[in-house]
Every structure is written in C-alpha cells, then in structure tokens.
Design a protein around this ligand. Structure first.
Ligand code: PLP
Length: 372
C-alpha cells in the first residue's frame, strides 16, 4: 500500500525544465523556427555520440527509419529482417516503403535479434537487417555485422531507445549503413518529438537531407521526390539542452539499475541480462516475471510502483501483420519472442529516482516473494 505521504513512483518522468523552456522561447523569439541554425548545431552535437558520423535530424524516430530505408533504396520486392519483439514502428517503417517484413526471433538470454535466426531467415530477396537495441541494450552487433557482410545486406540500426549505448566501445548507430534515434519525451533524451539518422556515408547523408525536404537542397530546385520530415528549431534547441545532460542521466540510470540488480532477490523475478562488452543505457529496466505477471503488476501498482509491459503483443500478432499473414497462410516460429512478451515488466529506472524511491521499488519487488 502507498502511505499518505508516499507519492506513486512513475514508470517514466520526461524532463522539461527551465533550461528547455528558455531554449524554446529563445528560438521562438528568433523567428528562425524550422531546420535552421539550431538543427544544424544539434546534428553537429549529436555526431559526438556516434563516433562522428553524419547526422540528419528529422521529426520523429519513425521518420528516421522510414527515411533511411528510402535512402537505401529498400522498397517493393525487398525483404527486411526485423524482430517481432519491438515497438511497431520498427516493422511499420518497412511496410511504409512497400517492402516485406520478415520476423526473426530474439535470443533466449536477451531481448535482441538472434543472429542464427537472422541467418536462417535470409532469402534472395533480403535487402536489410534491422537490429533493435531494445530497452537501451545493444543488439549482438559483433555477430550480426559479419552475417550482413557475408550476405551483402544493409544493416539499419533501430537505436530509438538506446542513445549512448555501445558494444565493445562502438556506440550504437555507428555499426550499420545507418542508425536511427527517437527524441520522444519518454526517451533517455528528448526534443519534444524528433528523430536522427546517423551514417558514415556522405552520399547517403546527402540523399537523406534531400528526402527530408522535398528533394531540395536549393529552394525550388527539387532534385528528387522527397517528403517533409524536417525538425523544428524549437525541438532542436530542446534536444541540445538534453544532449548536454544525457551522459549524466545515463550514468544515473546505470547506477539505479546496478542498485536494483544488487538488491532484487525475489526468486521468480529475473533481473535484466547484460551481454559481455555491452554498455546498457537502461531506457527500461525490464525484469522477467516467472509466474502470474498480472498479479505481480497489480501488487506493484498497489505499492505505488509504476510498471509497464513493453510490449505485450509481439508485432507479428498485431492486426496489420497478423491478418495478411493469416490470409497468406504464413506463420512465424518465434518462441523466445512469445515468451518474452508474456514475462516482461519494466520498472522505474529514470534519473529522477531518489534513494528512497529505489528502496521502495526493491521492497515492493521482493515482497512479491514466492507468491507468484
Ligand atoms: C524501438 C523503437 N523504434 C522506433 C520508435 C519510433 O520513434 P518515434 O516515436 O520517435 O517515432 C520507437 C519509439 O517509441 C521505438 O521505441
């Protein structure tokens, strides 16, 4: 039970502080509000998070994925290998460019794409692999990149949840042909809404810049067909404020996670695995509940501990994927995905947790005891 003076601890707490407000007002007063100097400065600043890669800012993480697939020429007739254990945006971007989604399972001891499942899913139509760095933990890029190279496939990293995560010292978004980030308010850093595409390829970066702005570099001299996926300078200014803080916040998330790892001892609650060489940035602190998850979540909620399932329905079971697959008589064998979707619960790990909040989370989780 939450006592009278104990407020519920939210699952996430987006920061919109005085610095963010001042930055937004400064831009509004300047009159330069769309894809101006703030966006250029945000791109430049963000490139330091991805080993100096070119950065192209857009209006959402979904747009970032969409634009990157378009720029790579992925389209009708192509297949892209995607985990079903992700947010729908990962697969939606593939369908939006007219390509087919091929789902591959995740690893049994993690939440990222299983390289052997990926290799088994490759066909002559495969154009790309999309590892998702789910919850802020890097996918197995050390094993996925050699597979992509062997089969000459593009790697599109969905790093929307994983700002500043890394594997063996290489930041996510710096492995594949391109990486994509989201700046939605609940992410580890935000820009109100927004996204970023990262790439080492200058030509690809130019194509991305054209595609986000109607195919124009010079006004009204349209070179290709493009969309409007521009970022506003208000978003970029907020993003720059957050970018300056993200490293400190990340360390706080990691410290919070280390505390939870060390103190959660309920026998049917499995704390999040971390692969060797991985820098997990804990966008989510996601445990597996071996037992009655609904009952466990109800007890946590009663104790004032925010909790949520990301994601209760794997993408292949969502209507826009399930129905066409049913019609075509296509089934996916994704036992680890199904298992994870049935077991996961994310607990608060955000940087504004106090030591008292962390104690309360541990107490509530351990009180689940063996009753699950
Ligand atoms: C894994 C993943 N991919 C893509 C996206 C899409 O990002 P956005 O919400 O900024 O469009 C998200 C954001 O929720 C995400 O979590």
């Amino acid at each position: 039970m939450t006592s009278i003076n104990e407020q519920p601890i939210p699952a996430a707490r987006p920061v919109i502080g005085e610095d963010e407000i001042e930055a937004a007002v400064r831009v509004l007063r300047s009159g330069r509000v769309v894809q101006g100097p703030e966006v250029a400065a945000f791109e430049e600043g963000f490139s330091h998070l991805v080993d100096g890669r070119h950065c192209v800012a857009v209006n959402s993480g979904t747009s970032a994925l969409h634009l990157l697939l378009l720029a790579l020429g992925v389209g009708p007739g192509d297949e892209v290998i995607v985990p079903s254990f992700s947010f729908a945006a990962s697969a939606n971007a593939v369908r939006l460019v007219g390509a087919d989604v091929v789902f591959a399972d995740i690893e049994p001891d993690g939440f990222g794409l299983d390289p052997s499942a990926v290799e088994a899913a490759i066909t002559p139509r495969t154009a790309a692999i999309m590892p998702v760095h789910l919850y802020g933990h890097p996918a197995a890029m050390d094993r996925l990149m050699p597979i992509a190279e062997k089969h000459r496939l593009a790697v599109v990293e969905d790093a929307c949840q994983a700002h500043a995560a890394a594997l063996n010292g290489t930041p996510v978004g710096a492995f594949g042909a391109g990486g994509t980030f989201s700046f939605y308010p609940t992410k580890n850093m935000h820009a109100l809404e927004g996204g970023m595409v990262t790439t080492a390829d200058a030509e690809l970066a130019r194509t991305l810049r054209l595609l986000r702005n109607q195919g124009m570099e010079q006004r009204y001299a349209n070179e290709i067909v493009g969309a409007n996926m521009r970022m506003t300078d208000v978003s970029a200014a907020v993003g720059r404020v957050q970018l300056a803080k993200v490293e400190g916040w990340t360390e706080q998330r990691r410290a919070n996670a280390a505390f939870l790892d060390a103190h959660i001892s309920a026998p049917n609650v499995l704390t999040p695995p971390v692969a060797e060489g991985a820098r997990h940035v804990y966008h989510q602190y996601t445990v597996r509940i071996r037992g009655d998850r609904d009952a466990a979540m109800a007890k946590l909620t009663e104790a004032g501990i925010g909790n949520a399932v990301y994601y209760p329905t794997p993408i292949h079971r969502l209507k826009p994927y399930w129905e066409p697959d049913q019609k075509a008589g296509r089934t996916w064998d994704l036992p680890e995905t199904e298992k994870a979707a049935a077991e996961v619960v994310s607990l608060p790990v955000h940087p504004s947790l106090t030591p008292g909040d962390l104690d309360r989370i541990v107490t509530a989780v351990n009180a689940l005891g063996e009753s699950l």
